[in-house]
Ligand binder design. Sequence first.
Ligand code: B16
Ligand code: MG
Length: 217
Amino acid sequence: NKKGFIFDLDGVIVDTAKYHYLAWKKLASKLGFEFTLEQNELFKGVSRKRCLEILLDIGGIKWSHEQFEAWMTAKNEDYLAQIEEMDESEILPDVQRVLQHLKAKEMPIALGSASKNAIPILKKVKLLDFFDVVVDGNQVSKAKPDPEVFLIAAKKMGLTANDCVVFEDAVAGLQAANKAGMISIGIGDAKVLFDAQYVFSNFTEMDNSFLNSLLIP
Ligand code: B16
Ligand code: MG
């Protein structure tokens, strides 16, 4: 009996939130307002387009379609420049141990990310080979908290939603996992991630015996 394990990217495998933040902050300051780390919390797991809509709302900025597209491009170019230097040292603690353990148990592994830059990032940190299936922002039309991204991942693994486990750092992502009928595991602060069925502050807190307990039918 196989269980599929679906990993979010930003905030679960690597901490790219800080690079997204710097790029959004730069755009905000170009437009003449401040963008705080606290506001950046709202951007986690949220699509690029939705992030820009929220940012322009925060700044009270009116825009045309052309400007919107140009700002999206500018933000992404800045972000890509930031992640250019990424390497394995940016993998979050114990991610490799968890991936290796699941691989050794021959469990299918998928990525379920809102990012359109997921594949280049996985290549940079040399983890792409662990993934049997990658579903990213290029393949989904409905952003988290819609369960689409995780349902596509389950389908591609050949599994039903009930046989999938999702690791997520964002509230929207956990809600998506719950809606999909999957086991939702929050990685981060339990006070924020109360939608999750289980919460661990990071993977070092999650031992292999917990992972094994998820494999029992
Ligand atoms: P991109 P995840 C999400 O990734 C990020 O958490 C979110 O902050 C970002 O806006 C979104 O990806 C889109 O990223 O601009 O690279 O397409 O957490 O779902 O892996
Ligand atoms: Mg995330």
